[in-house]
Design a protein around this ligand. Structure first.
Ligand code: NDP
Ligand code: BG6
Length: 510
């Protein structure tokens, strides 16, 4: 069954918006497109991009006339490329026969061209191949997905501009994060890219914005009347934004060692989530209105310094759990943080004095991403509530096991008056039939690029402020010879310094 009936769009509860979205979807499906994945041999392309494109095809959400081109320096034959793609594909809805039929239909549309990112004649060769597919179409669009490290963005984009543009349709370019290394390099990259690609053609992706529970933040906050009155400094004691992975950087050190966890996760994924949690209600669900509110919020945040942070780096624990520095591609004395925790402050009427605590780390004890809104304790309580549940918490679990729940103090049933923690739960798996088939964030976002829908992409001024918040701190941490990341063992909760940081702000990590 085509998922076009349940495509979730910003504002799909509004019938007129729904209607226009469906029209847009139908129009999009009639427009031929070439999807070119630049960096096709890489981790992101294999893990996310190709599976997402296939899933859109599986659910009948790609244009009827499309091709997928992989482009990278690695040499690969068409067969090897198709095998590589094949090995990455899965079907969410298990219907074995349909799945393999769809794969058989999909693979012949996939092609590979090997070329360098900084050689425009290689892009011309790619363009020639694309032109063959496009020759019978009056209109043909090109969507370039830059799944390459940030150091390559500018070169690849310049060559797309010189030799890769569609001669008879739109050219859209998806750029991955991190977009730059700091405020200065961001401005350079922005100036460089804006001279060759218009803002309209540029899609700065942050896949956390495509995650189901992150998209739901707007509905949760602005479509319910119970949250808004308490969504402020009068009731909220602190907000926690947590990202944990239970695996290291294995195999991605070449990228990660020059980047570190602050640029990889905090400056983009967690800050975007923070902006949606803390911004004022937008005037409407249109992309510019939402992005205006996010920029306003980010501009009212204090810049961070190195003292706002605790950083850490994992060391090995045993077989299968190698230390960060043991990874191929990591400098032997690398100080790159694989863990960081920090406290951010928002200087506005709603949030003054409420610490926004962020924590992100690799090789920790579990994999999860969540938001915790920690409320102030009940005033003048007549109950003896255990310390562990004095604060109500609203927990938005982004992954895994998507759920929203409230931690409350509750009387244990029976003759005693003992209090224990109770939970008001909404587990997506139980609450929604559709949650068995939640699209991957990349699927949603690539569909939005095809539709020209920008509300889940980052605007240039938004990124500029985002870098300004983190840039000084990143430099201070990297340049101060006395700063050493605290080490922690693979598979643990991370450095104890993070607990002390939370305690200094009257909080503790869950
Ligand atoms: P990779 O390290 O896998 O690089 C992708 C491809 O780029 C490689 O296969 C390689 O292809 C080429 N490449 C790698 N290093 C260089 C270099 N120094 N110079 C030129 N080309 C190079 O990166 P990822 O796929 O992990 O990430 C790509 C982008 O996507 C990054 O910006 C990352 O932040 C972002 N991202 C990644 C995610 C992930 O889970 N991996 C998730 C979200 C975002 P070849 O040698 O064949 O040309
Ligand atoms: C990417 C980071 O942006 O996000 C990776 O580069 C990280 O280091 C990944 O592993 C996490 O994404 P997800 O969707 O698995 O939480």
């Amino acid at each position: 069954q085509a998922r076009s009936e349940v495509v979730h769009v910003a504002g799909d509860s509004d019938p007129s918006l729904m209607d226009s979205m469906h029209k847009r979807l139908d129009a999009m499906k009639k427009q031929p497109v070439s999807i070119i994945v630049v960096g096709a041999s890489g981790d992101l392309a294999k893990k996310k991009t190709f599976p997402a494109i296939f899933s859109l095809f599986y659910h009948d959400l790609l244009p009827e006339d499309f091709v997928v081109y992989g482009y990278a320096r690695s040499k690969m034959s068409q067969e090897e490329f198709r095998e590589l793609i094949m090995s990455t594909l899965t079907c969410r809805v298990i219907d074995g026969r349909k799945c393999s039929e769809k794969m058989d239909e999909f693979l012949p549309r996939c092609h590979y061209v090997s070329g360098k990112y900084d050689v425009s004649s290689d892009f011309s060769a790619l363009s020639k191949e694309l032109a063959m597919f496009e020759s019978s179409n009056e209109v043909s669009n090109r969507l370039f997905y830059l799944a390459v490290p940030p150091s390559v963005f500018q070169k690849a984009a310049s060559n797309i501009n010189l030799a890769g543009r569609s001669p008879k349709g739109y050219t859209r370019v998806v750029v991955e994060k991190p977009f730059g290394k700091d405020s200065e390099s961001y401005r350079e990259l922005r100036a460089g890219l804006s001279s060759i690609l218009s803002e309209e053609e540029t899609y700065r992706i942050d896949h956390y914005l495509g995650k189901e529970l992150v998209q739901n933040l707007m509905s949760l906050r602005f479509a319910n009347s119970i949250f808004e009155p308490i969504w402020n400094r009068n009731y909220i004691q602190s907000v926690q934004l947590v990202f944990k992975e239970n695996f290291g950087v294995e195999g991605r050190a070449g990228y990660f060692d020059g980047v570190g966890i602050i640029r990889d996760i905090m400056q983009n994924h967690l800050l975007q989530v923070l902006a949606l949690v803390a911004m004022e209600p937008p005037v409407s669900l249109h992309a510019e209105d939402i992005r205006n509110e996010k920029v306003k919020l980010l501009r009212s945040m204090e810049k961070l310094s190195k003292d706002s942070f605790v950083i850490g780096q994992y060391e090995g624990k045993g077989e299968g759990q190698p230390g960060y520095r043991a990874d191929e591609g990591v400098a032997p004395r690398s100080k790159t943080p694989t863990f960081a925790a920090c406290v951010l402050n928002i200087r506005n009427q709603r949030w003054e004095g409420v610490p926004f605590m962020m924590k992100a780390g690799k090789a920790l004890d579990e994999r999860k991403a969540e938001i915790r809104i920690v409320f102030k304790p009940a005033a003048g309580s007549i109950f003896s509530v255990p310390n562990t549940i004095k604060n109500n918490e609203l927990v938005i679990k982004i992954q895994p096991d998507e759920s929203i729940y409230m931690r409350i103090a509750n009387k244990v049933p029976g003759l005693t008056s003992r209090m224990e923690e109770g939970r008001l739960n909404m587990f997506y798996r139980e609450a929604w039939e559709e949650s068995k088939d939640i699209p991957d964030a990349y699927e949603r976002l690539i569909l939005d690029v095809l539709n020209g829908e920008k509300s889940l992409f980052i605007r240039d001024d938004e990124l500029e402020v985002a870098w300004d918040i983190f840039s000084d701190a990143i430099h201070e941490l990297e340049e101060d010879p006395n700063v050493e990341p605290e080490s922690y063992k693979y598979g643990t909760r991370g450095p104890v310094g993070a607990d002390h940081l939370a305690a200094r702000h009257g909080s503790r990590w869950s």
